[in-house]
Design a protein around this ligand. Structure first.
Ligand code: TXA
Ligand code: MG
Length: 354
């Protein structure tokens, strides 16, 4: 166990001194968790194989699932990749800094472990002053998966990071809760039309306006297990986003969902199982379960996305055995939320009749 240093920083104007302390740790091959606009990431020098290996170990992350490399200046991309296609250039101009990760062919300076032996690399520029200041001050690209133990819900506060990683990492920069709450969208431009491998903070609709054609890869929809050969996105076969409780997702029209959730709650309560319901503002009042939590209004998917991981962690604190979660509309950020919920459930998806 090492002592994890907690550095409270101003989210907009991070204190130089604290950023310097964190950057020194990165330069020396250490691990620093930091906020981005999506979730907290766990950072290591992307060009230092030992540091990246330590990162996988701290998270207990399988070595075949490469993290995203974070940069603070578009120029960095040209060092890290073989080629920047024109479409990528345009996307970088318009969406960076922001919650969009692009896949490129990697250059020779990138260590194997950083990309899990693949010939491609995932890169993004986060839209958060603390993240950008840390990358700049460290003077290197930073590999940063979400700062949770592998398989757990991603952290949206420094507290969540400490719950999972205290004593396993050198420091965390605490700048309060993250704004978006789900991870970046991962886009693969090598496919035609371009494919979203992971839905996230940049919705399909926004990319479509810009690129014309874009589609979801089946793994992005995550309504069932996809066979490993069909998977171009590494790591998707590993368990993800899961709280300790078992999760069941109920999907369909709202009225049907409410009836089905009630039925499931009753079923579990009769078996003396402690049940939680993950509801929405419109429906939370309909349920009598041990614990009922609302993600927010169905009309405001930004708030729903922001609350998702926090509430999954809260259910664990309440010690529920089963979480019955309402499905939400599959549009905008809703697709990212449903991807996380379906994966957290291990694809235990129940269809409600309208
Ligand atoms: O918002 C985010 O993206 C956060 C913050 C910290 O920036 N990071 C994050 O990293 O979610 P991570 O490592 O938890 O997720 C990385 C995702 C995984 O879905 C992985 O499969 C995919 O990116 N990925 C990484 N390298 C890839 C590659 N070469 N080709 C395809 N997918 C890749
Ligand atoms: Mg993750």
């Amino acid at each position: 166990m090492k002592k994890t240093l907690v550095l409270k920083v101003n989210p907009r104007k991070p204190e130089k001194k604290k950023i310097r302390v964190a950057a020194e740790i990165i330069k020396n091959g250490g691990l620093v968790a930091f906020p981005t606009e999506t979730v907290y990431g766990l950072g290591a020098d992307a060009l230092n194989p030992k540091a990246v290996l330590a990162l996988f170990k701290a998270k207990k992350r399988p070595l075949d699932n490469p993290p995203i490399v974070h940069i603070s200046d578009v120029k960095e991309v040209y060092r890290l990749v073989e080629e920047v296609p024109p479409k990528a250039e345009k996307l970088m101009e318009n969406f960076w800094p922001g919650p969009l990760t692009l896949i490129f062919r990697r250059s020779k300076i990138v260590p194997d472990v950083t990309v899990a032996g693949l010939d491609t690399i995932a890169i993004r520029m986060p839209k958060h002053n603390v993240a950008l200041a840390l990358i700049r001050e460290s003077g290197c690209p930073i590999s940063a998966p979400s700062a949770n133990l592998a398989g757990r819900p991603s952290p949206t506060t420094a507290q969540h990071v400490l719950e999972d990683l205290e004593g396993r990492i050198d420091a965390v920069l605490d700048a309060g809760p993250t704004r978006i709450g789900v991870e970046s969208t991962v886009l693969d431009l090598a496919a035609y039309p371009p494919q979203i491998l992971r839905p996230g903070g940049t919705p399909l609709e926004k990319l479509r306006k810009f690129l014309g054609e874009v589609e979801f890869h089946p793994i992005a929809i995550a309504d069932k297990e996809v066979s490993v050969e069909k998977v171009r996105s590494p790591g998707v076969r590993h368990k993800h986003y899961a709280p300790n409780a078992e999760v069941i997702v109920v999907e369909g029209e709202v009225s049907g969902i409410v009836e089905k959730v009630k039925e499931l709650v009753k079923y579990y309560e009769e078996k003396s199982v402690k049940v939680g319901v993950l509801a929405t503002d419109e429906t939370a009042g309909c349920y009598r379960a041990d614990v009922v939590k609302s993600l927010g209004s169905r009309k405001n998917l930004k708030v729903v996305a922001k609350n998702l991981f926090k509430l999954l962690r809260e259910f664990d604190k309440e010690g529920v055995d089963v979480i019955v979660a309402e499905g939400i509309p599959l549009k905008g950020l809703g697709v990212a939320v449903m991807n996380r919920l379906r994966k957290a459930s291990g694809y235990k998806i129940v269809k409600a009749n309208a």
